[in-house]
Design a protein. Structure first.
Ligand SMILES: [Zn+2]
Length: 310
């Protein structure tokens, strides 16, 4: 906890200002003998900056081994999801020939449709995914070329499904901010830590039941970031991560409601509910069901001033 003074907030470096929101038992991912084990954990909220984060997390070495164990197509989806479509609308508003960087671009599917209208750059640490992105027409940058040759160069820098993996998000965003040209913008698509379903019990929320998700953005943290970066305006649009058909959405709503009704009921009522059809299964669940049909994601943008503020 930050309140012990032993751990600093990974979002702003503050100590002594953390709240423990909730805790949960550890889990294995994938749930096999060969899975990676996330020990019992708490979700903390920094009272200074508002970032939500998990404590403890796996070490950098363990996370690196976990990422290396994933197949190259792990992050590949056949179509753009709602946050990516929202970002595509932002790209469509840029003048032709703009410089766009997708940081953590995976196989480059977000910028693929734009390679003939704009100058599309990508950065990706997974070799196989980077190769695919290059085949799709993105100019792939290395760690060295990215930071040394592109200061004030990009009209838009995008991070989709990257923020939540970062150990110290503000550090990276500050570096990326320096690559954005005056009047350009930073676009972050990630989990929405303010959604009520998350706030019911953040440690149980599906987003934090992924061991690679170390933190969640909140609107308070977005305000903190805009101030830190000296931005000239921001936007905050919440939406679902996935397109979920209506019948699947109904099932998720019912399962989610059943689980939380059981959880919030006093023990005698819970006993009765555990015999009723509809609640019987929910009463046996150890963890909240995945509630991936709510507006659990956000596309957050910050604009850089047109004239550099000294
Ligand atoms: Zn903080």
């Amino acid at each position: 906890m930050f309140s012990t003074g032993a751990v600093r907030c990974p979002g702003c470096g503050a100590s002594g200002g953390g709240l423990t929101l909730s805790g949960a038992e550890g889990f294995c991912q994938p749930p096999t003998d060969k899975g990676f084990f996330q020990p019992d954990y708490h979700i903390l909220e920094c009272t200074s900056c508002g970032l939500l984060c998990r404590s403890p997390t796996l070490s950098d070495e363990e996370l690196s081994a976990y990422y290396s164990s994933l197949e190259s197509g792990h992050w590949e989806y056949p179509t753009l999801n709602p946050p990516e479509r929202q970002i595509s609308a932002l790209i469509a508003s840029l003048p032709q020939g703009s410089n766009i960087l997708d940081f953590g671009c995976s196989s480059g599917r977000l910028l693929k449709p734009w390679v003939n209208q704009h100058r599309c750059f990508g950065f990706e640490i997974n070799g196989a995914a980077a190769e695919k992105a290059a085949e799709r027409g993105l100019v792939m940058l290395t760690e060295e070329t990215l930071w040394s040759e592109h200061e004030n160069q990009f009209h838009m820098v995008i991070l989709v499904d990257v923020f939540e993996h970062l150990r110290h998000p503000a550090e990276l965003l500050r570096r990326l901010w320096s690559l954005i040209s005056p009047g350009g913008c930073l676009v972050v698509g990630t989990g929405n830590g303010d959604h009520w379903a998350c706030r019911l019990d953040p440690a149980q929320f599906w987003y934090f039941r992924n061991l690679e998700h170390l933190c969640m953005l909140t609107h308070k943290y977005a305000v903190y970031l805009e101030k830190e970066l000296a931005g000239a305006g921001k936007s905050w649009v919440t939406l679902s991560h996935y397109d979920v058909p209506w019948h699947a959405r109904m099932r998720l709503h019912v399962a989610h409601a059943a689980y939380w009704i059981v959880q919030y009921s006093p023990e005698p009522v819970r006993m009765v509910l555990s015999w009723l059809p509809g609640f019987r299964k929910a009463a046996r669940w150890n963890n909240a069901p995945n509630y991936g049909c709510c507006k659990d994601h956000v596309v957050f943008t910050v604009k850089k001033p047109s004239v550099e503020v000294s």
